[in-house]
Design a binder for this molecule. Structure first.
Ligand code: SAM
Length: 224
C-alpha cells in the first residue's frame, strides 16, 4: 500500500495584506511576477516581525527541498507514494506523483504563488496539483486501514528506526512531517495520532527526516 506523506504547516502563503505596504515588500513586489507575491523570510524578514508566528512562516524553501526529495524517490517513481501539502493557512493540496517540480527556486515560488491564487495547477490534460477540500481530519479519515505516525524530535525515540514500518502490505501508513523551521505541531495535528515518534537524538531538518523515512519505507517493502 502506498505511503502517504503529509507535509504540515508549510510556510507557504501569499504576502499578507497587513505588511504589503512595508518598504521591504514594496522593493521586491512586481505586478506581473508570481514569485514576488509569495512570502519569503529571506527577503521579507524585516516586514515579517509584525506577523504572528513569524518563525513558522515564509519558508517556501523547506517545502521545495521536501518535494524534490519525495518526488525523486524510488518509492514515488514506483507508484508507492502519495503526497499532500498542508499550509500555515490550512489549505490542503494533493500532488500528482508525475509532476516535474521546478528545480529552480524562483520558478518554484512562482508555481506556489499561482497555486495559492488559483487553488490548482493543471496542464491542458492533467491536474498536477489539486485542492483537497476539507480538514486534515477529513483527509486522514478518507484513508482506510491506516496507521498515522507524527514525526517530531519531541516524540518517543524509536528504538530501532528500521521497525518504524512493518511490512504488512494491507496497512496504509501516513507520516506527518512539519515543514517549518521552529516550533511544534498544533493541537489539531497532535490529535490525529497518539504515535509521536522521534527518529534521532537530534532535531533534524524536515528534508533530512523525509529522506530517511522514505528510505526506511523502501527497505521495509523491498522497493529498489
Ligand atoms: C526543524 S523541525 C521542527 C522543529 C522541532 N524540533 C520538531 O521536531 O518538532 C521540522 C520537522 O522535522 C521533523 N523532525 C525534526 N527532527 C526530528 C526527529 N528527531 N525525529 C522525527 N522527526 C523530526 C518533524 O516533523 C518537524 O516538524
Amino acid at each position: 500500500m502506498p505511503l502517504t506523506i503529509i507535509f504540515v504547516e508549510c510556510g507557504l502563503e501569499l504576502i499578507p495584506s497587513v505588511i504589503r505596504k512595508h518598504p521591504s515588500i514594496q522593493k521586491n513586489l512586481q505586478k506581473d511576477s508570481y514569485p514576488s507575491k509569495l512570502l519569503d523570510n529571506a527577503i521579507h524578514h524585516s516586514a515579517m516581525v509584525r506577523l504572528d508566528a513569524a518563525e513558522q512562516r515564509g519558508r517556501p524553501d523547506i517545502t521545495h527541498a521536501c518535494l524534490l526529495n519525495a518526488l525523486g524517490s524510488t518509492a514515488n517513481k514506483s507508484g508507492n507514494l502519495k503526497i499532500y501539502l498542508h499550509t500555515f493557512e490550512n489549505k490542503i493540496f494533493e500532488i500528482n506523483p508525475d509532476i516535474k517540480i521546478a528545480r529552480n527556486y524562483n520558478r518554484f515560488k512562482g508555481l506556489m504563488a499561482k497555486l495559492l491564487m488559483e487553488n490548482e495547477i493543471r496542464t491542458k490534460n492533467l491536474l498536477l496539483i489539486s485542492e483537497f477540500k476539507g480538514t486534515l481530519r477529513d483527509l486522514v479519515n478518507s484513508i482506510d486501514k491506516k496507521e498515522i505516525i507524527l514525526l517530531s524530535n519531541k516524540g518517543e525515540l524509536a528504538e530501532s528506526p528500521l521497525l518504524l514500518f512493518d511490512n504488512d502490505l494491507s496497512k496504509n501508513f501516513v507520516v506527518i512531517i512539519g515543514c517549518f523551521q521552529k516550533g511544534f505541531f498544533t493541537d489539531e495535528i497532535l490529535e490525529l495520532s497518539n504515535r509521536l515518534v522521534s527518529i534521532s537524538h537530534y532535531s533534524l531538518d524536515a528534508w533530512v527526516v523525509l529522506s530517511r523515512v522514505i528510505t526506511l519505507y523502501e527497505i521495509a517493502n523491498d522497493i529498489l
